[in-house]
Write a protein that binds this ligand. Sequence first.
Ligand code: ADP
Ligand code: MG
Length: 507
Amino acid sequence: MSTAVGASVDTAPTLRARGIRKSFGGVEVLHGVDLDAVAGSTLALLGENGAGKSTLVKILAGDYTPDAGEIEVGGQTYRALSPREAQSNGVRMIFQEFQDADTLSVAENIMLGRLPHRMGLVRRSEMQRRAREVLDRMGIDLDVRALVGSLRVGERQIVEIARALSADARLLILDEPTAALSQQETDRLFVFLRRLRERGTAIIYITHRLDEVMAISDHVMVLRDGTVAASGATGEFDRASLVSAMIGRSAGSVGRPPARTWERGSEPIVRFDRAASDGAFEDVSLDVHPGEIVALYGKLGSGCGEVAEAAFGLRPLRDGTIEIAGRAAPARGPVRAIARGVGLVPADRKREAAFLVRPVAENVAVASWWRLAWLRSVIRRSSEARAYRRWHDELGIRSRNDPMQPIGALSGGNQQKVVLARWLERGSPLLLMIEPTRGVDVGARADFYRAMRQLAAEQKGMLVATSDYEEVVQVADRALVMSRGRVVSHLEGDEITTSRLLAEAGG
Ligand code: ADP
Ligand code: MG
C-alpha cells in the first residue's frame, strides 16, 4: 500500500511544519511538533481527546497562529499562515464541527465562496449544475436544492466534504470526518479519498478508529499531550502499539469504572419489548433498572440514537412496546415523556438542548418550570439561581458560580452538565443520553462520567446511545452492541472491553 510513496516523483513534502508550539491562556498544548504532509500520501493523525490534533491542523489551515515554529508550503516559509495564504496554497480543511449555514441550500453550501455570478446576481441554475457535478463525481445522491438544516448529520458531512473537494485541494485535512457517518457513507468517503490520493493530493486524516487508520493511511503520527509520541509507516504498527502510543501505557488498561457497590432496583425503569421503528431499528428488547447505566453502542446509522429517541416519544413504533416504570410509554411527543420522568441529553447541544444565549440558571430550570412557575417572577429568579448553585457544586460545573452568565460561555463538557442538571432539577429518574460527550475534552469528560456514576448510585437509570467505544468502557454496567438497526450482542461487566466492542460492532 505504501510502496508507491517512496517512488513518488515529488519527494518534497507538500507542507512541512517544524517546531510548532501553541498555548491557550498560558497553558502550552503543543510543545514543538514536526509534521510532513506528502503528495499522494495519507497521514493518519492519532491521539486521545485533548492531545492537540485539532489545534495542530487548525494552525496548518491558518485558523490559529502558532507561538513558535515554521510552516513551509508552496516554496515559501511562514511563521504563521493566514487563512487566505493557506487557501491559496491549496490547504482545505473539513472540520469536526459543522460550518454550514443551515438556511442555505446544499448547492449554495458546496459552492460557498465561489458562487457563479452574472451582473452581480448568483446564477442559481449554473450553481446547481456545478454542485450536481461535484456530487455526481462522488457518487452521491442528494437533492442540491434541499436546505442543509433539513439534512441528517451524515449528509451534512458529505456536503462539507464536497465543498472542500470542489475547490482543488493540494492538502486535504479531515478532522474526525466519520464520527457521524454510517458505514456505507464511510466506505464511500474512503473510495473518494483513495482516488484523490492517486491524483497526488496530500491527505491528513484525524480519527480515533484504528480500523480506519489501517485501511486508509500510509503513515501515522501519534500525538500525546502535545508531543509526537510515535510516527512512521503504517505497516510498522499494529493496533496494540498504536493504542499504547496514544495512551502512554499498554492497551487493555483503559479504565473500567470501579465495581458497583450499590444494588440496582428490581423493576426496570424502562423496558423495550421487540420494538421496531421504520427505517431505524428492528426487534429491540432491553431494560434499564434504577441505578444502572446501559450503553447502546454502534456507529451512527446503527440505530442506537433512534432507540433512545423512541423512549423520549420522538419516534413512533411500528411493532413491539416500550414501557416506562411499568406503563406504556407515551407514543408521541417529549412533553408527555418528560411528565413521566424521562430526561434527554442530546448530542448536538448547540442545536437541540442549550439555549446558548440564555443564562445558565434558566437552562437548569427550564424542564421544571411548571414546578417553579407558580412563584412570582422575582422569586422565580432566585429559585432558579438556587437550583443552579446546587448543581454547580454537585456536578462540579467548572465556571464562575454565576447563575446569570450565558451558557455559551461554558466549555462543552460543562454545558452538558448544565443540560444534565436541568433533568436532575426536574427529578427525572430515567436519563436518555445520545452521544453525550461528543466534542467534549478529556478532562470535562472524566468529570461528566463521574457525575453519571454518582447519579447511578442515587438510583437514576441511564440509557446511553454512543458511537464512542471508550465511553462505553468507562461508564457502562451493561452494553448492547447495535449494527444496522439490530442488537447483535450483549456484554456485561468485564466483558466490556474496547476489543470486544470493536469486534462485535464490526461483525
Ligand atoms: P484534540 O483535537 O486532539 O482532541 P485539541 O487540539 O482540540 O485536541 O485540544 C488540545 C488542548 O487545547 C485541549 O486541552 C483543549 O482544551 C485546548 N484547546 C483547544 N482549543 C482551545 C481554545 N480555542 N481555547 C482554549 N483551549 C483550547
Ligand atoms: Mg479534535
